[in-house]
Design a protein around this ligand. Structure first.
Ligand code: G6P
Length: 552
């Protein structure tokens, strides 16, 4: 595929930006076009999910912009690449792997094959793993599956990192309302011993179930944490504890799982075509199924599948994740935006941005195009975010008056799961959601400030230039499992579209390897004599100082 900047639509977009968009004033676009909201909004509709309204109208968009962006998508082969994804082609070309996570949520009965083999059926197929998850989660939840002293397992410790942690944490938090009231969850990811120590402090071995979640089962943090947990369990139970009842593995690597001491019957498998950051839909989601129940987990998959269907079948111009991805390219490459802010007006979504950080930045933080040449344009944006209204009281100063353009997504559910105080909280939350997007767009002029009696010397400080773009996402009900599934997949495919246009491989992650390898080497040095010799002077000096301070 050709680098994005060599596509004719790229030059047309540059000219268009110079001509029109540079001087585009959002609030004027609204005053001169009564239909702007309806023209640039799209509603996601699916059976089993509330409608989700995506309002793209507060973005730097004209009809011509949209046409040119769609043209760019066509020339970059977005549809062809999308079809290759759903066909099971090996689009992760540096690892020669299919990228087939949509199969994990294929509740619609699509024919899904990799190398001619149906991945849905068969003994290790998606459906049989789902059956295993259903059976196991129901047994644990009902108390039929007990610990070694016959007690119900109500304390779940998920041991995993990266995609084997972020999805389960985010989703169980987002669906806390549906969670089993008698269940406590811990997610231990960090190699920092504090993480495991604190979880164990709060755990009783008789009622604790450990889920060792690791696609590869070779990740140093996870295997070390899992071994620590196993030693703790055996020590606390005086060797009487039955590992088979208290440890299960979520992994693709049966050999390593068995080596660790977990019976392969207690392993929930998946295939190498599931990338870590797309694995919450797989066996890695077992903590979700345990916590919210299998029926809700299934609804979560169904909402995700509905967004897959929309993405797969909808023409580019109406395609919601395509529009999201195109806008991101528009801002990154034509307005030099460096960031993408995602602020959910929803406390349950407080880990949503952290989850999206891995999805977006591990996928598109790449600078090499498909032919091995360096991209001559910027790629993955720095994604960040926090829930609102909290974020408004911290970094929103920079969003409103800073010198950087920060395209932002705001997410709100029309209904709260907790309409306390006569729904006052939800109405206040909603009013902030509307107000922030409006304020970012309309700003505040010198005239308005003068009319309010602002002293002349303060006017520049109190001025809001406005014209800052936002996408508002409004879920038509509460955010339940299906709506959450659809929202996540919106961002998955938005990320896909960005990568397709940038002509990069969104599915490998070589960039995380170097640090891991060096850490392994340095770990040995910490136990050997020497003070960091052989490293650069700074690293060596730090290693030496650490050994001295820690008396190692
Ligand atoms: O699930 P695991 O194999 O333990 O991998 C956990 C994580 O570690 C790696 O470093 C990758 O960058 C992530 O994509 C992955 O999710």
């Amino acid at each position: 595929m050709a680098p994005a900047n060599t596509l004719p639509a790229w030059s047309e977009l540059q000219a268009h930006r110079d001509d029109v968009a540079k001087s585009f004033v959002l609030k004027e676009a609204f005053s001169s076009d009564a239909d702007r909201f309806s023209r640039f909004s799209r509603t996601f509709k699916a059976a089993g999910s509330a409608d989700i309204l995506f309002d793209f109208s507060k973005n730097f968009l004209t009809n011509e912009t949209l046409d040119l962006l769609v043209k760019l998508a066509e020339q970059a082969g977005v549809e062809r690449k999308r079809d290759a994804l759903f066909r099971g082609d090996k689009i992760n070309f540096t690892e020669n792997r299919a990228v087939f996570h949509p199969a994990l949520r294929n509740v619609g009965g699509w024919d899904m094959k990799v190398d001619g083999v149906d991945v849905m059926s068969g003994p290790n197929g998606v459906n049989s793993v789902l059956d295993h998850m259903k059976d196991f989660s129901e047994k644990v939840r009902s108390g039929e599956w007990t610990g070694f002293t016959g007690k119900k397992l109500t304390n779940i410790v998920n041991v995993g990192i990266g995609g084997s942690d972020l999805g389960p944490v985010m989703v169980t938090e987002a669906l806390k309302y549906y969670g089993a009231p008698d269940m406590t969850l811990h997610f231990v990811s960090n190699i920092d011993g504090t993480h495991m120590a604190e979880a164990l402090k709060a755990s009783d071995p008789e009622t604790t179930l450990f889920l060792v979640a690791s696609k590869t089962f070779t990740t140093a943090e996870t295997t070390t944490n899992a071994n620590t947990a196993k030693s703790w369990f055996l020590e606390k139970t005086g060797g009487k504890g039955d590992v088979a009842k208290h440890f299960v593995a979520l992994s693709t690597n049966e050999a390593e799982v068995t080596k660790f001491g977990i019976d392969s019957a207690n392993m929930f498998g998946f295939e190498s075509w599931v990338g870590g950051r797309y694995s919450v839909w797989s066996a890695i989601g077992l903590s979700v199924a345990l916590y919210v129940g299998y029926d809700n987990f299934y609804k979560f998959l169904s909402g995700a599948h509905a967004m897959d269907k929309h993405f797969r079948e909808t023409p580019l111009k109406e395609n919601i994740p395509v529009l999201g991805g195109l806008l991101s390219v528009w801002y990154s490459n034509f307005f030099q935006a460096q960031t993408h802010l995602v602020a959910p007006f929803d406390q349950y979504l407080h880990r949503f941005a952290a989850y999206l950080q891995q999805l977006s930045m591990e996928s598109n933080g790449k600078g090499i195009t498909s032919d091995g040449s360096t991209a001559k344009y910027t790629t993955g944006a720095i994604l960040f975010g926090e829930p609102c209204t909290n974020a408004q009281h911290s970094f929103f100063q920079l969003v409103h008056q800073g010198t950087k353009l920060i395209p932002a997504d705001f997410i709100l559910a029309a209904k709260s799961h907790n309409p306390i105080h006569d729904n006052l909280h939800q109405k206040m939350l909603a009013s902030n959601y509307f107000a922030q997007a409006e304020a970012l767009m309309v700003g505040k002029t010198d005239e308005q400030l003068r009319a309010e009696g602002t002293p002349e010397d303060l006017i520049p400080h109190k001025r809001f230039l406005g014209n800052r773009p936002t996408t508002s996402i409004l879920v038509g009900d509460v955010i339940g499992p299906a709506e959450l599934g659809a929202l996540i997949v919106y961002y998955e495919h938005l990320t896909f579209v960005e990568g397709a246009i940038w002509d990069i491989n969104s599915f490998d992650q070589w960039g995380v390897e170097l640090g891991k390898v060096l850490a392994k080497k340095i770990l040995k040095e910490l136990d050997e004599p020497g003070n960091g010799e052989g490293h650069d002077v700074s690293t060596g000096g730090l290693i030496g100082a650490f050994k001295q301070f820690a008396k190692i």
